[in-house]
Write a protein that binds this ligand. Sequence first.
Ligand code: C2E
Ligand code: CA
Ligand code: CA
Length: 917
Amino acid sequence: MRYDVNGLTSGAKIDQELVVDLALSVDTAVMWWSDFGTGELTWTPGLDGLFGLPGAQEQHIRAKLEELVAPLTSAARAASVWQDFALEQSFFTPEGETRWVHLRARTCVGPDTQGMLGIITDVTSRHEHQVALTDLADRYRLLVELSPEAIAVHQEGLVVYANPTTVRSLGASSAGQVLGRPITEFVHADSTPEMQRRIEGLADPGAASEPAEATLKRLDGGTVDVESVSVRTTWEGRPAFQVIMRDITEQKAAAAALRYQAALVTHVSDALIATTAAGVVTSWNPAAETVYGFTAADAIGQQVAEVVGAELDPETILAAGGVARATHRRKDGGLLDVRVSAAQMDAGYVLVCADETARRRAEQHFTTVVAALEEGVVVVGPTGLVESANPAAERILGITEDEVMGESSSLAELYDESGAPIPEAAYPTALTRRTGLPQNTRIVQVRRPDGRTIWISIACRALDMEGDPPHAAVISFTDITDRRMMDARLEYEATHDALTGLANRTVVINRLSRAGQERAGRQTAVLFVDLDKFKVINDSLGHGVGDRVLQIMGTRLRHGARVGDLVGRLGGDEFAVIADAIGGPDEAVELAEQLRRLLSRPVLVDGRQLHIDASIGIVLVSSGDAREGEDILRDADLAMYQAKTRGRGRYAIFDVELRERTQRRLQLEQDLRDAAGAGQLWLAYQPIVDLRTGRRTAVEGLLRWTHPRYGVVPPGEFIPLAEESDLINLVGAYMLRTATQETLRLREQDDPDLALTVNLSARQLDDPALVPDVRAALAETELPAGAVCMEITESAVMRDPDVAARTLAALRELGVRLAIDDFGTGYSSLAQLLRLPLDTLKIDQSFIAGLGRSRDADALVTSIIAMAHAVDLTVVAEGVETAEQLDFLRGLDCDLAQGFHLGRPTPVGEFPPQDPR
Ligand code: C2E
Ligand code: CA
Ligand code: CA
């Protein structure tokens, strides 16, 4: 390039060095100068060409130049010190072509000059080259990014680039999971040495390996088979390897499938034979060798009929649908059952010959087995026609196979367990044929042609599950008639009483549980029948007679009950009759009476005539009654018990009051144990008056129980309860202690000679603690023994006279006085009583009540008093309620009297003082 600094517009004083420096830095360039002082713009020649305006007028060139350098000059004016500026600008030539220029300039500040010197260079060609290059890189990158092949770059063993296909193939979700990790992490250990070897051979940039198979390891642990090529490349200035990989998994699978198919042909057990159109064998697989005994070498080239030992015309088979059964012959002469399928192929046929000899043998075996089965087996076709029946089926159903073959399977009439006919559509075979579903263990009755009805247990299943219904079905069954009879027998035994054949207790209770569901308005009567004194018969005449009596009574009850009534034996001599639809209590009583009359008729057993009565408890159950069967029976039992207390041969109707009484009794029994401890037991005192002086000489302590729920309970109710257990001893001891203490208090008040009378119960006489208890009570209170009198009833003494005598003697030894209570109610003789160490005799209140009204009572009381006085016994008259009675007794010279007329039993705190005399 040539330039001339002197050619610049005059006045420019320019540093030569600067010019040279600038000039050296450019290629094809034009120099320009902008004087800030004068605003002048000058340039060296060549600018017209550079601007694509050859020979253009100066003003045009100046205008273009001004436009291009304007950014520089304005920037330079703003800058305070000298500075370099550079700028690349484009513009259009008049031809419409884009040109690029590079502008470089430096401000020049001298003593008399101030401006900017610059060089303008055409850089269009460099620019175009650059763009083309960027374009190319972009396009290549895109290609790599979008490539369906996996492309990756690794450098020094680490992955530095991976395209999306690589990322996807490795099972990663982003390139981040792959980049920076050792390449060996993604190559299967088996493929690593080979890969290493291949890239080692790539010494020069651009060198590529041969395609080779490798296995990649995916992040999820799976593998991918690829074919890969490695290329030696440069990555950021340093050597690297680009790997291009193609997924060949599917290709490998396809190859495997092909190999498998090929193997199949060799390994199938069916003979595969290919022939020409003329029947010459062209292919003979190993199975054909095995089946027919000819080697492929022997068979190929032969007529097919020769090697299968029979006529074999593919056309005939094709015409018949492509499949035929045939008998072929092996090379050694053995017969083969074969199924031949034929297909046309190329210029010949392919024949598949399946050896079914074994299967047919199995079929034959199977038929033999079915024939030998105990179970009946019948095969029914899809349309319901019988296809076969084995001998067992013939035997069980009483038919022959010939008779039923091809007939409808609904020929046999079926009945369900209750004996109702089963509609044909609901037959097990019909159901299975229609639905394909198996029917398991259905129990049905079959009417045989000979009229006999048998029970069979049926199972039925479809023969072919594929395809649409109706299906063919196989039905198998066993004759369970005997078992059924046994079951019926067992059921009968489980529900019936063995002795009488009546329903047993379980059945009765079950039936009772349904009684409450009776329709409104009608009631169910439950009669609980108990034979009176049956135990005596059993014990005295033996169980044989007893059993006979029970049987006879059972029969009588059955006859006496109405049709439809349930008669059951509950056990022992207890029976129950459940009568539904009873009009009311009257009707129930009428039935009870009728049964009782029947039962009480004389029974003749072993030549002996017996008279047996029965007590009957009746319960009426209305609709909606919530009682359980057991509850109802218990209530009926209660009523029966009630009836018995009224004497023999009675009936009683249960009512709620009866149950409440029973419940109260149970409750009291339970609560009594704690009553004394809870302070609920106390004593009321009734005065005993001397008839001669009219003074109170003694009190009788009478027990009271204030029950938290029932209030004051009289001793007549709870003493018997206490007597049923040893509780009476506890209660008696408590009573004794309380009575002695309280009497002491009364004596201290105003009656120093007051005596105490207490009652002893029969059971207390056996209590070894009784005598010590009495002794202790006396010692504690210092009450003189002679001030205490103990009363025992006649019947208590009679229970065990010896024990009574012993205990009374012991008590007497303590100095205690003794009295006989309720005299006249028992049947003891006075003579018996006189053997006891008695002091006093209390005439029962029932006689006193009759005084002046009944001559008998008058006479009895008169003679008792006389007799007692004759043996020095003091006589007390109990239950004196009127002045007349009192006068009468006084007239008879009775010693003492007690009764409401003289004073009622009173708590100790309210006891009135002795009349002052
Ligand atoms: P009991 O020993 O014959 O007692 C007399 C019963 O006649 C008492 O009945 C008394 O309240 C009642 N009574 C008295 N005067 C008259 C009267 O004028 N008219 C009528 N209708 N009754 C009268 P209570 O207290 O109900 O006693 C009943 C029975 O309970 C007693 O008959 C006795 O056998 C027994 N008992 C009472 N307390 C005890 C006790 O502490 N131990 C034992 N083992 N039995 C007792
Ligand atoms: Ca008494
Ligand atoms: Ca009495």
